[in-house]
Ligand binder design. Structure first.
Ligand code: MF3
Ligand code: CO
Length: 254
């Protein structure tokens, strides 16, 4: 079932999204060589809790931390721990925030220190792929339009698309219908309606698209150990486009 959110719900979801954005900004200040991923998790937990909100991921299906921190060949769902971030790493941070019973979901990948030009291009093009996917969104468009745009852009830049994990609806649950794949055919799939809230989240790889699940049952990495990047926003579909709920400014806010 795909829910259509009311104006009131969208306002609440924007508040959850704004806090998600602010949590990312807080964590970003600390993403540097020498910090452990567990310390980043703690910073996010404290920030979210101090705003009377909850980290959506904590205890979600048994997930043991507040955020996901996935480094280099790790695609998503890296569990924070003793690992120390070093120069030359790319670090994907994924944050879910629940406020007034509504969730928001957003991810970014940071470059720490110097990386090879093709790794920098991977990160920059994954963010561009997210924005190109979002640009297809408006009432009446199809879910397949989003994935097709992301996939076409990724392939044009020599990147592969992870297919096992997809974007999703967001609302009173962190994962709702519909699925939002990062691949597919334009003009196919669910029709977008104003008031639908979805998270679009391309995961692009420098090498092959194949991935595996670690023994911790969460961390997902590339088979070929080449790096992967991840960007995600939660957005609401509108009559002629979309509004990003997890950005700094949302539409006509000042
Ligand atoms: N942010 C992930 C997503 O976009 C969800 C991670 S939930 C976790 O779907 F519990 F696995 F962290
Ligand atoms: Co998500």
């Amino acid at each position: 079932m795909i829910s259509i959110k009311s104006e009131r719900e969208i306002k609440l979801m924007r508040e959850a999204g704004k806090l998600n954005y602010l949590t990312h900004e807080e964590v970003k200040k600390h993403v540097k060589a020498g910090i452990t991923t567990k310390e980043l998790d703690k910073i996010a937990y404290n920030f979210i809790s101090s705003h009377n909100a909850k980290p959506s991921f904590l205890n979600y299906e048994g997930y043991p931390a507040s955020i996901c921190v996935s480094i280099n060949d790790e695609v998503v769902h890296g569990i924070p721990g003793k690992r120390v971030i070093k120069n030359g790493d790319i670090v994907s941070i994924d944050i879910g925030v629940e406020l007034h019973g509504y969730h928001s979901d957003a991810a970014r990948t940071y470059i720490v220190g110097e990386v090879a030009p093709e790794v920098r291009a991977l990160v920059e093009n994954t963010e561009k792929a997210l924005m190109i996917g979002l640009s297809k969104i408006k009432e009446g468009a199809k879910i397949g339009d989003i994935g097709n745009a992301i996939e076409t852009f990724a392939h044009a830049h020599g990147l592969s698309v992870v297919e096992e994990l997809v974007g999703h609806g967001v609302g009173t649950n962190i994962h709702e219908d519909p699925d939002v794949p990062n691949y597919g055919k334009a003009g196919t799939g669910v029709t977008l309606r104003a008031g639908m809230v979805i998270a679009v989240e391309p995961m692009l790889n420098l090498g092959d698209r194949d991935i595996y699940l670690h023994d911790d049952d969460w961390t997902i990495s590339t088979d070929d150990e080449l790096p992967s990047a991840h960007f995600e926003h939660t957005v609401v579909v509108t009559k002629d486009g979309y509004k990003i709920l997890t950005g700094e400014i949302c539409d006509d806010e000042k």
